[in-house]
Ligand binder design. Structure first.
Ligand code: MCA
Ligand code: AMP
Length: 479
């Protein structure tokens, strides 16, 4: 495997990163990340305070150059989740911007401020199997697990996407995704840097921001369905946006399903079809619709180069039919896979069937091999705004609120977020139930704002079976 970033070995004065007024060429990035690599070289692991800024990109590249695994932290993470991630990943230091105010939970860690103007040399080559990143992701129960992503997996997945999308150094990627998950960080930052191209990050998503960057030379756009939904909504009456989208080389959606209605609205207004790709933190990217082929809203395309994909029945038998009807669990294997969950050998073992990773996603295969996702095995996993959220962690947080006696959490369809988090709450005192905003703040403060319930429904009791287990399907409008 070549170095992760060939363009940093002999850096040019072409732009690499643009975050508003912070612009770094490859030369400047090589110097700043090289200097940082020199400062952290002896660390076993570092946390990165992953604000949507150039400093986060430099911090992660610096860690990768040094061969030190980076743990990106959501800067809005609440107390409990932060304590868990820090305890589990045990970083030696936190990399942050000089102006960042870090929470008390990080006070015990040495802080290394990222200096965009620093100058130093990059370190030696690193074993491709060593971890590059540890990305925390939610499961159905318990706190988030740390996914160990090797340099090999990152390189393999980015190269497979480059092949499928003809992604080159000439591409200018526009995105506004958070930098603490695979989509925004691996695809959105490391992707362009591996190609030697440019990334422009908007800081936060806005229709105007997307329009402007695509008008000014952006060739690709990456987003979650919520962002494409908001673009589709804005298209009616915004001719500038329509032209900007029509002018892009590639519009890519992922992290959750893009509804056919939004596909159709964008195609009708711009003549462009949004390309969907399917991935997961543990597997990086598995499939992608191939640009230029027939538009196929509802499918996520065939497996990417190097990825083996199969559907498996409940009894464990492999389903061979490409009939668009036979549903099975998606299992994958290939160089794109993670190396295990940090400190969780049992969870790692349970996630595999031999060398096949069980995704938990249910799908059918079309006659040409394209995958169409139809659901998930676990109903307790919610995808809201493209974030994966476990119902169990929210229930536990709600139960810690003094006004809550019982709690159940479900996801229900939402035109903007895909699914919205609904909390079903039995108050301690039916006369004085805790306010909806109070419960939302409570969950946001313990876990993260995107995990807060968007709707609270109050009940006198939760429906339970004879064993006392909550019957979520029996909740008034859930399921
Ligand atoms: C509101 N806010 C609050 C509260 N209420 N903060 C604290 N407590 C509260 N009670 C704040 C928020 O922090 C935010 O601040 C603002 O109000 C609006 O937040 P929110 O309502 O959450 O925003 P949204 O409209 O729901 O966001 C939509 C979004 C977002 C921008 C699309 O969901 C998003 O960025 N999604 C990306 C998810 C993603 O990257 N997933 C990848 C993982 P402020 O306005 O200041 O921000 S999946 C993956 O990686 C795999 C591999 C894959 O396949 O891609
Ligand atoms: P995460 O664990 O946050 O990395 O999310 C991974 C999950 O997102 C997958 O297991 C799928 O359920 C979902 N996902 C990712 N991309 C797509 C897509 N294009 N269409 C539907 N679901 C997707």
């Amino acid at each position: 495997m070549s170095a992760l970033f060939p363009a940093l070995a002999d850096p040019s004065d072409r732009p690499a990163l643009r975050f508003g007024a912070d612009v770094l060429t490859y030369e400047e990035l090589a110097r700043a990340a090289g200097a940082l690599a020199g400062r952290i070289g002896a660390a076993r692991r570092v946390a990165v305070w992953a604000t949507p800024t150039a400093r986060t990109a430099v911090a992660v590249v610096g860690a990768l150059l040094a061969g030190v695994p980076a743990v990106p932290l959501n800067p809005r993470t609440g107390e409990r989740e932060l304590t868990h991630i820090l305890g589990d990943s045990a970083p030696d230091a936190v990399l942050a911007g000089p102006a960042d105010a870090l929470p008390a939970g990080l006070a015990g860690l040495p802080r290394i401020d990222v200096d965009l103007a620093a100058s130093g040399e990059a370190a030696a080559p690193v074993d491709p199997e060593s971890p590059a990143l540890i990305v925390y992701t939610s499961g159905t129960t318990g706190p988030p697990k740390g996914v160990l992503l090797s340099r090999r997996a990152v390189a393999a997945s980015l190269d497979a996407l480059a092949g499928a999308w003809s992604w080159t150094a000439d591409d200018v990627l526009v995105h506004a995704l958070p930098l603490f998950h695979v989509h925004g960080l691996v695809l959105g930052i490391l992707g362009p840097l591996r190609r030697g191209g440019e990334v422009r990050h908007l800081g936060s998503f806005s229709v105007d921001g997307v329009t402007e960057e695509l008008e000014n030379g952006g060739t690709m756009l990456f987003g979650v369905p919520t962002m494409y939904h908001r673009l589709a909504e804005a298209l009616d009456g915004d001719a500038r946006l329509g032209e900007a989208l029509a002018g892009a080389r590639l519009l890519v959606s992922g992290s959750a399903a893009l509804p056919v209605h939004d596909h159709e609205r964008i195609a009708a207004a711009t003549g462009r079809t949004v390309v969907e790709r399917y991935g997961m933190t543990e597997t990086l990217m598995n499939t992608s619709v191939l640009p230029g082929g027939d538009p196929r809203p509802g499918t996520v395309g065939p497996p990417l180069a190097g990825v083996d994909l199969r559907l498996v029945d409940e009894d464990g038998s492999v389903l061979e039919k490409l009939d668009g009807e036979t549903v099975g669990e998606v299992q994958v294997r290939g160089p794109n896979l993670f190396s295990g969950y940090l400190n969780r050998p049992e969870a790692t073992a349970a996630a595999f069937d031999g060398d096949w990773f069980r995704t938990g996603d249910m799908a059918v295969r079309e006659a040409d091999g394209a995958v169409r996702l139809v659901g998930r095995k676990a109903t307790d996993l919610i995808k809201s705004g493209g974030y994966k959220i476990g119902a169990g962690e929210i229930e536990n947080a709600l139960l810690d609120h003094p006004g809550v006696r019982e709690a159940a959490v479900t996801g229900e369809p939402d035109p903007d977020l895909g699914e919205r988090i609904v909390a079903w709450v039995v108050p301690q005192d039916g006369e004085k139930p805790p306010a909806e905003a109070d419960l939302a703040d409570h969950v946001a403060g313990l876990l993260a704002p995107h995990k807060r319930p968007r709707v609270v429904r109050y009940l006198d009791a939760l429906p339970r079976n004879d064993m006392g287990k909550v019957l979520k399907k029996a909740l008034p409008t859930a399921g």
